[in-house]
Write a protein that binds this ligand. Sequence first.
Ligand code: SAM
Ligand code: DTB
Ligand code: SF4
Length: 330
Amino acid sequence: MNNAAALAQPTPTRSLPVPHAPAWSVDAILALFELPFTDLLFRAQEALRANFDPNAVQRSTLLSIKTGNCSEDCGYCSQSKRYQTGLDAQPLLSTAEVLAAARAAKEQGAGRFCMGAAWRGPKEKDLPAVMAMVQAVKDLGLETCVTLGILKDGQAEQLRAAGLDYYNHNLDTAPEFYGDVVTTHTYQDRLDTLRKVREAGLKVCSGGIVGMGETREHRAGLIAKLANLDPPPESVPINNLVPIPGTPMAERAAIDIFEFARTIAAARVTMPRSYVRLSAGREQMSAAEQTLCFLAGANSIFYGDHLLTTSNPQMELDNALFENLGLRGV
Ligand code: SAM
Ligand code: DTB
Ligand code: SF4
């Protein structure tokens, strides 16, 4: 064997666990935020182009399968029963209703169908109905995603068996700020659910919200937590807070669009192989502002006229924007 061949041999592996060194410190991510804006966007474009077709944008359609009356006190959410938001609560939809919405989404060109429930987490009695929905949507040939809150042991495995591809569960912000956003569950509860989802072999969708009154350090802290998951989430939704009248965050000042784009770019640079989704808040952005986010490395959107309880840009508007920019929806 020559030297080159010897070097190419894999090193014999031992069964000792290899400690996982955090790849990204909060300081290193803060340094990204502090780069001159176009330098950061250039870094983000390099990361995007090394891993993806830069003009293909993944499109997911959302459906709220159970709306409102939620026990939790997430300060941004229209669906908490603690806040007077004027929301019309709805019990769990039937599989037929979900299927009709999924068919329509597929016809419009969505690649993934995401079903969200306003639960702290699913009860055992709820799971069979959700599993039937997942199976029916999967059978249409769509990728499936659900967001149901905190999972108990075994529930992720049941969902996987029904044909689930992705589980969405957002860390939402940095651990240090989480107590200012929610008090009825902990950051550790969220991390535990993400671990269960990963151990069940599901793909992870996890991101957060920007514009809740957090600091730049908190934004960097959220990105660090996500990027240091091992492996990082396949899908990273970055939501711009949609202020909901009646919630504690109703009057939060809108975040500067350049700071929002920096957050997207930091996610792109630190999680180069993940889909980074420009998520809630798009309707409040101009076409140029959304384009800035695509330049910052976003390559996924929610597609369809509704998010969960708020509206999203009309599909015709998105189609026109994609046409104008030469983007291809997938
Ligand atoms: N109940 C489940 C949970 O909390 O995990 C699933 C549904 S919950 C509505 C899903 C995510 O939507 C939240 O984690 C948050 O990131 C996002 N979200 C909810 N309300 C929002 C708002 N007003 N603005 C921006 N994002 C929001
Ligand atoms: C995510 O990160 N954003 C979506 C989805 N995952 C479930 C939800 C956005 C909700 C926006 C407010 C609403 O429509 O209620
Ligand atoms: Fe409930 Fe989820 Fe809204 Fe929190 S974010 S109040 S858990 S629906």
